[in-house]
Design a protein. Structure first.
Length: 418
């Protein structure tokens, strides 16, 4: 009887695990080729060179990456090019193929613009300026379809597709730099028709891919509800609610948890497609943001602690199936020339600009996949794949031996040493 009971329990556990939705964790690495071209040096915790950041990420438990795409970034303003606007289709095809060849899933983030698309910038591409609404509807369908055909031909078929980036207030407002943009939240029919046309192309070319509608309305659940009610009422076809979350813009983790509860009401999977926390030089906090540095100091250790707390929140919500770190590849360390990859330092990546070494938070991301058993992550899989047997503090400092009752990184895994 005891053996039979144990067998039944094992079967029940297996069913429970296998019924869980597949989860994905990784980061946006849209600037990785540019950092590499400029000579950035990516190092492991011991200071040893990492030959390929993408494969290193795969070896250490990450299973997906995100890449943005602009229509024609050569038409972007010069200052925005210096901020990282350069991902044209050829660039994205090459990077996407690297991601797929490494065995990771690919999220393609359409910016239907020549430059940054976000809540305050959704400028129509220069080549589409002057089109009527009917012509624009056809153009967004044709463009999306053509891009996906080329991605497939290049061996870079996306698994997730964002039809727009942070489209809380619409997309394709008007020609870039116009002083009076047409904000499409004044015209929901126009906005949702564009989304349906883009989604139609996705379904035709990549029927297995999941479509993501991406906003950044965590701090305002009333507006969040209004937005996704409009998506539902207009019949916009999509699979996943995507959101950005930055404490310095959107507030504390309680704000995020409240927003997740609202999102769960739409019976969709949810992904955090952009998130970050600083390990050095935190910028000014916006009026709606929160300074969490008392709880999570601006350091490698603080970044790791924030990451752990974030994942604990996300793993309380079964519908949350994705976590992607924004600009995880940001790293100016070791540049061979005077030219930086971007004009501004972004000290919230997963490599330390000052040392080139991977931050402890990188290894904690795997905890988001907790409890899964599938072809990508097995429960007993060693993390990382390297044979490094050293112990590290959460700030990345290697120690000869751990101190009792301490929290450490060992084999890429968070461990409590007793």
């Amino acid at each position: 009887m005891k053996t039979a009971k144990n067998l039944l329990l094992a079967c029940m556990c297996l069913f429970s695990v296998s019924a869980m939705a597949q989860k994905y964790v990784g980061g946006d690495i849209s600037l990785l080729p540019s950092y590499e071209e400029n000579g950035s040096k990516y190092l492991d915790p011991d200071g040893k060179p990492i030959d390929d950041v993408i494969r290193y990420s795969k070896d250490n438990g990450l299973n997906a990456m995100r890449v943005r795409l602009f229509v024609d970034p050569s038409k972007a303003p010069a200052d925005e090019k210096r901020e990282g606007v350069r991902q044209d289709l050829d660039y994205v095809k090459a990077l996407g193929k690297r991601i797929k060849d490494a065995g990771l899933k690919l999220m393609l983030d359409f910016h239907y613009s020549d430059t940054w698309a976000d809540p305050s910038n959704q400028w129509t591409p220069n080549a589409w300026a002057g089109l009527s609404n009917d012509e624009l509807n056809q153009q967004i369908y044709d463009y999306t379809k053509d891009v996906l055909q080329e991605m497939k031909a290049a061996g870079a078929k996306p698994d997730f597709i964002q039809t727009g980036n942070e489209i809380s207030y619409g997309l394709c407002w008007g020609p870039i730099n116009t002083k009076t943009p047409v904000k499409s939240w004044d015209d929901w029919d126009r906005f949702t028709t564009l989304l349906k046309q883009a989604g139609k192309a996705c379904r035709e070319e990549c029927p297995e891919a999941k479509i993501i509608i991406h906003t950044e309305l965590v701090r305002n659940t009333g507006v969040l509800t209004d937005f996704y009610n409009h998506m539902r009422d207009a019949g916009v076809d999509y699979d996943i609610i995507g959101t950005s979350f930055y404490s310095y813009y959107h507030g504390n983790l309680e704000n995020l948890e409240n927003a997740l509860k609202f999102m769960e009401g739409y019976d969709k999977d949810i992904m955090i497609v952009e998130v970050g926390y600083f390990y050095a030089w935190q910028p000014a906090i916006s009026g709606s943001g929160a300074d969490l540095s008392d709880l999570y100091p601006i350091s490698g250790e603080g970044q790791a602690a924030y990451t752990q707390a974030l994942i604990e929140v996300l793993n309380r919500h079964e519908r949350v199936t994705g976590l992607f770190w924004w600009m995880m590849e940001a790293n100016e360390y070791g540049h061979t020339g005077a030219q930086q990859t971007t004009d501004d330092w972004y000290n919230a990546g997963l490599w330390d600009d000052r040392t080139g070494r991977v931050n402890p938070a990188f290894f904690l991301l795997q905890d988001f996949l907790e409890g899964q058993a599938d072809g990508i992550r097995q429960p007993e899989q060693a993390r990382p794949a390297s044979q490094d047997d050293a112990w590290y503090t959460l700030s990345g400092l290697r120690v000869s031996r751990p101190v009792p009752q301490g929290l450490y990184i060992h084999h890429g895994k968070k461990c409590l040493y007793k």
